[in-house]
Design a protein around this ligand. Sequence first.
Ligand SMILES: *Cc1c(COP(=O)(O)O)cnc(C)c1O
Length: 391
Amino acid sequence: MNYKISKRAASLTPSITLAIDSKAKQMKADGIDVVGFGVGEPDFDTPQHIKDAAIKAINEGFTKYTPSSGIPELRQAASDKFKRDNGLTYKPSQIIISCGGKHSCCNVIQATCEAGDEVIIPAPYWLSYPEMVTLAEAKPVILQTSDKTEFKVTPEQLRAAITPRTRLFILNSPSNPTGSLYTREEIKALGDICVEKGVLIMSDEIYEKLVYDGAEHVSVASFSPKHYEHTIIVHGLAKAYSMTGWRIGITAAPEPIAKAIDAIQSHSTSNATSFAQKGGVAALNGPQDHLKGWLAEYAKRRAYAWEKLNSIPGISCVNAKGAFYLFPNISKLGLKSMDFCAKLLEQEKVAAVPGVAFGADEYMRISYATSMENLKKGLERIEKFAKTLSK
Ligand SMILES: *Cc1c(COP(=O)(O)O)cnc(C)c1O
């Protein structure tokens, strides 16, 4: 049978990290001692009071359809969160609850972009952004950055990339995969240009709470009413509450965009899981003190990993200010990132994600959302591997 696949689907690139990931899983299943630095999720458990709220919801029969944009209680809790943390006023009607932050991003792009539109994406980027843009039949315009600028785009770069067809600029600070964080001034400068040029900003703020060394996260929407009008915030509970499997994403948008997303969602996924939403209410309205311990633990691991990576001949690494990733430069060791990571897995049994997956072939991504013990073991193996290459 010759199945016809739509151009839309056929144009997507299957995740190139999948090959490495499935190989690592197979090796583990075969009893091989693999150290995994690949996965992008917290290694902590979801806090108990959040689990309890969802369990209670199930037991009380809260297991049916909800409004497609989310239960009023959770939209209100998200509205309160933006007020409390960012000083931003969003009515609950401007908030859409989706099936994970990834779904929120996809909805925003579907609601705002069409064929012929251009979307500016700084690289290294979260690997789903360009594919989501392609899926909307729009064109990703990639702005390359490097470790020399801590992986941040400059206002000049952004200005030069804007054309009459530019619809959206995607900002992700703190960043996956680099962990870099824009300062208040830097964010404002980028926001100013978008306001001047009438370009919308999709600001992915999912790592908002994961910042180190007293650094601050600032939302681009917060500078002025004009910035607010040009911004769509994507958020979610996956990273700060270790709720990756719960699938709760949050979008805060100007009313017409929120309405458009509601329409899309009402005909595609409908609501995010009912009892997961109840867990979401507990997450946003409940105590936030788990974060302090998690951040202290991440900071310790980051410090160790950053120092260790920089001590390895041929590897250099800028320190991350947020999220839970480091993005070391491995180009001096002479292999393309895909080869590097494939050999690293084969020879030293360490799984890391090649930078090429994020549009930056000179690097690899290390997630330190893993135990200190794993981190030590894995980095020592990377050191051993790098020595075999630099000889
Ligand atoms: C993890 C992540 C998300 C959202 O993930 P979900 O699991 O879909 O909630 C969004 N953006 C970035 C950059 C991420 O790393």
